[in-house]
Design a protein around this ligand. Structure first.
Ligand code: ATP
Length: 855
């Protein structure tokens, strides 16, 4: 049986019971049950069981398990059960953290489903690409990722990029004619388009021939591997954890040695040093970081910023430059034609041009679909008495040269009155370039008018046409020459009011904002002034033409001074990002078109538009603005800063607590005291005291002045900014508190059990106090807003409750080898806790770095 590329368009349509007007609703329903959904088989996800089992593969846990078994056999049954319970508790915590992290990441990935434009019942509409069925008629345009394999029916200047499928890096030209050859590989089937390839130019109409795993992509993709989402931070921490593990093992060995030398029972010492090792290693770190990032990313979605790559969540806070498009991002993308001027007697032809020369689709239920500029033009023509049906009859459509951001023009060709007519519209300079000499010579008044309108922030378009006596053979950009002028329009696209404040916020946060637009210099400057990006008398706008002549060194200088770029091509956008990056900047860059993908990929944070952006730009981006709004980038940066700070707080908390446990157990015997904690106490502190408040720290709200600080350098180590000092000194405070408690207990003549109980409780309470203090890096505990993080208070109260239960409920006393503390002992612990908190807060004050004002 011939395959689709060998069939004529008509036979291809018949074979799948389709037609050029698309499938009917009934046919779609049948096809959906027959063929299923247009999805590639997802990567194998780690099952719940394997996540759970992987918790037990940790070396430390295995040793602990062994310890439980040994305890059991030497007759320490309670110890064995408690260790077992704690291992299970640990495993459950690890499991739920890892599972939740994976789930959040998955949810994020599912949040930006690709859409496709299909024609069904002769009505165009946007649907989720997974719902496409064989026989569907799809409408493609530049920037789309082809949603399924399809036979081309109609093409206009179509070129595709099939590198993802065939490795061919040049754009492929397409045809709609059948090909009479057998067994052609996908790359040679020129009348077909394939799932996952990119429409790099032009537009097309095609019939879907295969979906999901039946597509060429599906055949080679097999099982998709989910990409490695490890963030730079996680990678660095993995290395750090390994180094830490070695240090911890050495220390624990020393503790073990000292114990034996002091004559402690061997088994007891073995358990103690083992528990210490388990407690000292921050095994929860990687999972907590994923949780912090994924939770942050979910909060960002609520604010309309969809993060496509987890590492970007972590680095967002470091952005020093935001380079933004104008149209739709800084402005509302609500275009209306404000002014129109035509040559005498040409107004009707101008309106015909406005009505016809575009990609606008007339949908029954959704109104006019398409680019805001074009729908505004169409609407104006309709409102001024031109009807689509009539005009289509007078001007039967023949061919189209779609808009592209390098040419900045668009043309369409029609049969008309026994002749042929080409309608052209575009950026003023780009139209003047192709006018006939007569019109070029008379263009000055129109150019003046353009300037006047552009100064008011309006987008100006020029319109032209050409009549042909002979039908043009090849409809390429070559025929856009010697045109007759028609007239001009100005469209208003009001700036987004909320952007004004967002730009102010960027200024205080040390982030430079830059406008890079395809629009002309005057319009761009006018809008930039209104948004407060530049001063009212701003002269510094640079155009694509200015940049063209610059040496790399000169460009490197120019980018430091320029806030508005106009008439910039995608290639120049890329050059601007690269230059800024060489200057050491961390750049977020927006883009929407097919040609923007390279700059989005190059930018540290590539930002695509959710509403108007092309598939290709979204695919290349790290972040998608669901509302296309500049303000959303700024909100996301704030969230990014918050997440990073919280991770730092978590690390500060966990490492200072862990270190204090090691120091306490290490130093107390050296100072002549008994080993101050039993293994169970250590394990308990690790599980509950460190775990619960630590986790709550991740949800800490952003500090009030977070956007008054300069961006963090991405190369800066996680441990920069005095955090190591703080870990060590805080640990020292906690250690002193514990050892002091033990000294006091000895002075009171308390027995060993009471000493253990007291040190255990002090360590627990002081660590909780530490959790409260860690909530802010710079501000005192009182000025943070005491109840702004309910989770942390919840976890603290819960931990205190559990601790009291362990101390005062008899059967728990037996298990945890504690004893009820009398009021004198308890109040001493409380005083020690308060004093320690004061010391830790004082440390914060002393170690606080002078706040660097953003420069
Ligand atoms: P931004 O880059 O800020 O989104 P932009 O929309 O002006 O701005 P482009 O889409 O590259 O950037 O457009 C560049 C210029 O091309 C516009 O200023 C306009 O003069 C012209 N233009 C835009 N859309 C069309 C179109 N559909 N047909 C003809 N010309 C157009």
């Amino acid at each position: 049986m011939p395959t689709f590329y060998q069939l004529s368009k008509e036979s291809a349509l018949t074979q799948l019971h389709s037609s050029v007007t698309g499938l009917t609703t009934e046919a779609v329903a049948i096809a959906q049950t027959t063929f299923g959904s247009n999805t590639l088989q997802a990567a194998k996800q780690k099952s719940k069981l394997s996540i759970l089992l992987s918790q037990f593969t940790d070396v430390m846990i295995i040793i602990l398990l062994l310890a439980a078994v040994i305890s059991f056999f030497v007759g320490e049954h309670t110890d064995a059960y408690v260790i077992l319970a704690i291992i299970l508790g640990n495993a459950w915590m690890g499991y739920s953290q890892e599972y939740n992290a994976a789930k959040s990441v998955r949810l994020l990935q599912e949040m930006a489903p690709p859409f496709a434009m299909v024609l069904r019942n002769n009505i165009p509409g946007k649907i989720e690409a997974t719902l496409i069925v064989p026989g569907d008629i799809i409408l493609l345009e530049a920037g789309d990722i082809v949603p399924a394999d399809a036979r081309l029916l109609e093409i206009h200047a179509l070129k595709t990029d099939e590198a993802s499928l065939t490795g061919e890096s040049n754009a492929v030209e397409k045809t709609t004619d059948p090909i009479d050859k057998e067994n052609l590989v996908a790359g040679d089937q020129q009348n077909m388009v394939f799932k996952g390839t990119i429409v790099s130019n032009g537009t097309a109409k095609a019939m879907v021939t295969a979906i999901g795993m039946q597509t060429e992509l599906g055949k080679i993709a097999g099982l998709l591997d989910s990409a490695d989402q490890k963030t730079p931070l996680q990678k660095r921490l993995a290395v750090f954890s390994k180094q830490l593990a070695i240090v911890v093992v050495v220390i624990c060995a020393i503790v073990f040695g000292i114990g034996l030398w002091r004559g402690e029972p061997t088994f007891q010492m073995f358990l103690t040093s083992l528990s210490l090792a388990v407690a000292a290693l921050p095994e929860a770190l990687p999972a907590v970081i994923t949780i912090a990032l994924a939770q942050g990313a979910r909060r960002m979605v609520l604010q309309k910023a969809l993060m496509r790559k987890l590492p970007a969540v972590e680095t967002l806070g470091s952005v020093t430059y935001i380079c933004s498009d104008k149209t739709g991002t800084l402005t509302q993308n609500k275009m209306t034609v404000e002014k129109l001027e035509a040559l005498p007697d040409k107004k009707d032809l101008l309106l015909d041009n406005m009505l016809l020369n575009n990609e606008v689709r007339f949908s029954v239920d959704e109104g006019l679909l398409g680019d805001a500029t074009e729908t505004a033009l169409v609407k104006y023509a309709l409102d001024n008495g031109h009807s689509k049906e009539e005009t289509d009859k007078t001007f039967p459509f023949l061919a189209k040269l779609p808009f592209d951001s390098n040419r900045m023009r668009m043309s369409t060709l029609y049969a008309h009155d026994g002749k042929w007519i080409l309608f052209v519209k575009g950026a003023p300079v780009k139209i003047i370039e192709v006018l006939s000499t007569t019109y070029k010579n008379e263009i000055t008044p129109w150019v003046d008018k353009n300037e006047a309108w552009a100064k008011d922030g309006m987008r100006v378009l020029f319109f032209a046409y050409k009549l042909f006596d002979e039908k043009p053979e090849n409809v390429t950009a070559e025929i856009e020459k010697d045109l007759d002028f028609l007239g001009m329009t100005a469209l208003i696209d009001p700036p987004r009011e909320e952007v004004i404040n967002a730009i102010k916020e960027c200024n205080t946060a040390g982030i430079k904002t830059v406008m890079i637009t395809g629009d002309q210099a005057l319009t761009a400057t006018a809008i930039a002034i209104r948004l407060g990006m530049v001063a009212a008398d701003h002269q510094g706008v640079k155009t694509g033409a200015d940049l063209e002549t610059l040496s790399p060194e000169a460009l490197s200088e120019i980018v430091t001074q320029t806030s508005v770029y106009a008439r910039v091509t995608p290639a120049q956008k890329l050059a601007i990002v690269k230059t800024l990056q060489t200057n050491g900047e961390f750049v977020a860059m927006t883009g929407d078109g097919v040609n923007d993908a390279p700059s989005l990929q190059q930018a540290d944070i590539g930002v695509a538009m959710g509403i108007t952006g092309t598939d290709v730009s979204k695919e290349a981006a790290d972040m998608i603005l669901l509302d296309d709004n500049f303000t959303t980038i700024v909100k996301a940066i704030l969230e990014g800063r918050r997440i990073y700070e919280n991770i730092r707080k978590f690390i500060l908390y966990v490492l200072s607590c862990n270190l204090s446990e090691i120091l306490t157990i290490f130093l107390a015997p050296l100072l002549g005291f008994a080993i101050p904690l039993l293994p169970i106490h250590i394990l308990w502190i690790n599980l509950v005291t460190d775990g619960l408040p630590g986790l709550a720290l991740v949800g800490e709200p952003a500090e009030k002045d977070i956007m008054n600080r300069p961006p963090r350098n991405t190369k800066e180590s996680l441990f920069a900014g005095g955090i190591v000092q703080r870990i060590v000194l805080t640990a020292a405070v906690i250690t002193i508190a514990s050892i002091f408690t033990q000294w006091w207990a000895v002075q009171q003549g308390y027995n060993l059990k009471t000493q253990h109980t007291m040190v255990f409780t002090t360590l627990c309470f002081v660590q909780l106090a530490n959790a409260l203090s860690v909530r802010s890096d710079t501000h005192s505990i009182l000025s943070v807003g005491v109840f702004t993080n309910k989770a942390i208070w919840g976890s603290i109260l819960l931990t205190i409750g559990l601790q009291l239960a362990i101390l005062y409920i008899p059967w728990l006393q037996t298990i945890f080898k504690t004893t009820a503390l009398e009021w004198k002992a308890m109040s001493t612990i409380l005083i020690i806790t308060a004093a320690s908190l004061l010391c830790i807060e004082l440390l914060k004050l002393l170690l606080k770095k002078p706040v660097r004002k953003p420069g």
